[in-house]
Design a binder for this molecule. Structure first.
Ligand code: ADP
Ligand code: 5GP
Length: 224
């Protein structure tokens, strides 16, 4: 009963939605943790990115990514339809803007699995003095050897792709100080518990709890 919508006996206090960013070097475990989070919290919507990279055998178009051509990517970017975009490991990736705005206005949370370059653009757009709709988490692997063996065990990328991702891992890890929270994914259950605690605490931030004003006015206006 941890999801807000699954707790009908609680007061339903309206709040703004939250963009929760999970970033890490490839293979550190962000997709695994994201999957668990949306399973436990159905009201958290996974943002489906567009990408020009080739689909992996296990991936479904429209669910894991929208797989698009370079031409379409350019058209979306030039048409202002992307919240952020970046080139990662030689491919283009981006977050479509429209579903994010709709989710935040409805009070739904969105989970982003994006890299640090995209995270900086999301800060610029959604983290302003008037409103901060973002919380970001960086996931570190326990060691480079374990990162390599996770990428190999996942067995979805060719050896040369894995090699490139391991080289890029250093650049990505070097960005860790740009994130609000940092967790080490050594034990999956422990790391998952940390991520879900962050979600629960971020949901309770005062600035997001726009529905509290009427309750507080009522409390202050009531004399017993
Ligand atoms: P990312 O999305 O960051 O590229 P994945 O979630 O795909 O990484 O994880 C890479 C591989 O490592 C997957 O095969 C996953 O099952 C495995 N994995 C994730 N977390 C752990 C962990 N704590 N211990 C062992 N294996 C893990
Ligand atoms: P993968 O190819 O393993 O699915 O993802 C490679 C990298 O691209 C990961 O670091 C992932 O977080 C990042 N990525 C995926 N989608 C997006 C996106 O929409 N925007 C940005 N900036 N990065 C993304």
């Amino acid at each position: 009963m941890s999801d807000q919508q699954a707790a009908p006996t609680r007061l339903n206090i309206r709040r703004r939605g939250l963009v929760l960013i999970l970033a890490s070097p490839s293979g550190a475990g962000k997709s695994t943790i994201s999957r668990q989070l949306v399973q436990e919290f159905p009201s958290v919507k996974l943002s489906v990115s567009v990408t020009t990279r080739q689909r992996r055998p296990s991936e479904i178009d429209g669910k894991h990514y929208h797989f698009i051509s370079k031409d379409r990517f350019t058209r979306l970017r030039d048409g202002g339809e992307l919240l952020e975009y970046a080139e990662v490991h030689g491919n283009n990736y981006a977050t479509p803007l429209e579903p994010v705005e709709a989710a935040l206005d409805r009070g739904d949370d969105m989970l982003f699995d994006i890299d640090w370059q995209g995270t900086m653009q999301v800060y610029e757009k959604l983290r302003t003095p008037e409103r901060n709709d973002v919380a970001s988490i960086f996931i570190l692997p326990p060691s480079m050897a374990e990162l390599r063996s996770r990428l190999e065990r996942r067995a979805e990328d060719k050896p040369e792709v894995i090699a490139r991702r391991l080289v890029n891992a250093r650049t990505e890890i070097a960005q860790w100080e740009k994130f609000d929270y940092v967790i080490v994914n050594d034990d999956l259950d422990g790391a998952y518990q940390e991520v879900r605690s962050i979600l629960l605490a971020e949901r309770l931030k005062r600035a997001r709890r726009v529905g509290l004003n009427p309750l507080v006015d009522d409390l202050l206006g009531t004399t017993l």
